[in-house]
Design a protein around this ligand. Sequence first.
Ligand code: SF4
Length: 724
Amino acid sequence: MSVTAVLEPPRSACFAEDLNVLGGFSDSYALEAPIVRFGDDVWDFRAVPDRPAWVVANHFIVRFDRIRQERWRSTVKELLCARLYPTHPAVAALPHHRRRPAPLGDITTRLLLYRQWLDWLDAHGITSLTEVRQAHCDRYLTGRSREISLGAISNQVFLPLREFADYGAILTDRYTEGFRPWGHRHAAHVTGYRGSRVNATPAIPPQVLDPLLSGALFFVETASTDILAARAEHRRLWAPLQPRGGSARITAENLERLADTLDGYRLQSRPLPLLRDARATPLDEPLAPINIRLIGRHARVRLGLTTITKQQQELLLSALRDVGAAPGGLHTAITEVAPLGSDTALAPWRDPIAPWELQYLTARLVAACFCTIAALSAMRYSEIVEIRPGSIEPLDDGISLIRWRLHSKLVKGQRHGGRPDSWQVIEPIVHAIEILERLHTNGPDDPVLTTDLCRTVARNPGHPIRRIGATTLLRDLIRWQNTDGARAGLASIPDVDGRPWPITTRQFRRTLAREIAFRPHGTIASKSSLKHVRANVTEGYWGPAGESAERFIDELDREEVAAREERARQRFDEWDQGQPIAGGARHRLEQQFTVIANDLQSFQGTLDEREQRLRKLLRRSAGNLHFGVLNDCHFTDPSQARCLKHLPLEARTGPLIAACQPPRCANASIHHDHLPGWRAVIAHTDELLNDPVISRKVPRHERERITQQRDKHAAVITAFEADA
Ligand code: SF4
């Protein structure tokens, strides 16, 4: 007789099987955390209150069953428990433990990183962490470097591998005593990758952002009316039929209602609706492609192809002969707009809406609302998806000017549950949020931006609320705009470098910061004046706590430095190619460029090194560069600043671009890209002088002064016109 030994799964020496791994949340945040047992093979965090809305719902379910070795499964659980429960006595005694519970959204990601390392060890014949040597870590690093970017190496390789060492004292399986992958060397010293101080998120190019935002605003301001009305019609149609009204047995009543409804179709010359996948009409079954169920809903009669009576069939066939059939089905009228590039009369921006199209149209509307909020508020994705119903607060300042405050939560870098914050926003954002609130069907405490928005039927109560996948929705919106947008008067969104622009949610914030930094009047004047062109945005970041404001302004500051350096580089190139410069700062600028060019001539180095050298030389002067509509301002000599003439010298700390006098100031330089501004000024003056009504009202001496001014302006751009 043989006896088979049944091996007990290894038990943790530090954590009891029934320990609640969320104990750290109760200790650190006084949160009523649900029980999630350490010993369970699935940790389900879905009942934790205040979960971040940006985290994908299934990331709150942590499964350990894909770790094949029992000992390693237990080790990984211990490691994750230590991260979640830093106040546990065994963890608190470790020298390198976290002080706060790890964010719940990180747990699944961490598990994946641990599993990748353990799977690699398994594949290389290593069955215990005690066998791991530095050579294994190096080989793993080499393999991973081919799969992920160098910037991600520290987080995805160094940190997880080292955590097995840092928490080794409480782990079932551990590295040998004293071993820590790469010791205490910084990841950058090992990989040689220094990291870029520049924000790696690309800004959305203007040729993409402009039409995209127009499309989003079209949906928010125009199409939303039709889509919301069509949804309301659909809700009405699919309301339960009255017991008597829907009975197929009450033939006379049903027939009468159906006949009335079909008469209505005839009266309005409205074709009968086709089914979604209607194919060519079979000769023997002409009603097969017709959506007779929908016609029945309009007539409040239960209709089906198999249950239809002879008289009903005859009525429908007669109507089909009279009005024909077409896609659509809902009677909601479609708003008329001017199609793109057409002088013809206004026309509906799309065909009548079919019931099955509602969820796709709603998804586009949601994408448009998201795009409007993200592009015009610079909120992060994690902050936008925390918006809940009733988050808009109107602010009446007593002079009939209503402004709006949007309440949401800061999540990034905050403790569990985030921190309430507010953003001052502009009208299109308020419209977008009102639309989302009308689409919202969940509770008042649930976030509005969930997949439930696009449903035409209610979510099953047992199903989790899922956040929207904004990137997918935005790409669908772009696809629609490029195929059907022209009918709605929208320009298509061009490819960039031969490919559709890979839009992501985080690009909006970066783009706004960059747009503000590059535009004329781009200094953070809104710090001091809410009337400034940027006030709507920067003011929005002056929430009560101020932290978000400061961070966005820091971001703006960084973008401004980049913008100035970029502009200085552009000016040098233009000068190098022989393009003219005008304005009082011309000689100074030309001298400076000549010195730099001479320096570069004697420079020995690669092209990259030459570029770095050039940027370094330009950086010195770029710090004083400010952008205007008619000129660049090189604010190197405050005593010469015409815009500050009325101020004492010690108060002349920065230029007043709004009061700039470029033809008269020694700090102004004028370049090719300022030409449109000058031409517009001259054309406007000519229009004024040539207008018989206005010019009669202007006194003669004033006309002469304006004419002189106009000639001066024309003289400024003579060199450019000649060059052109
Ligand atoms: S007048 Fe214009 S160019 Fe001169 S310092 Fe002021 S802003 Fe700069």
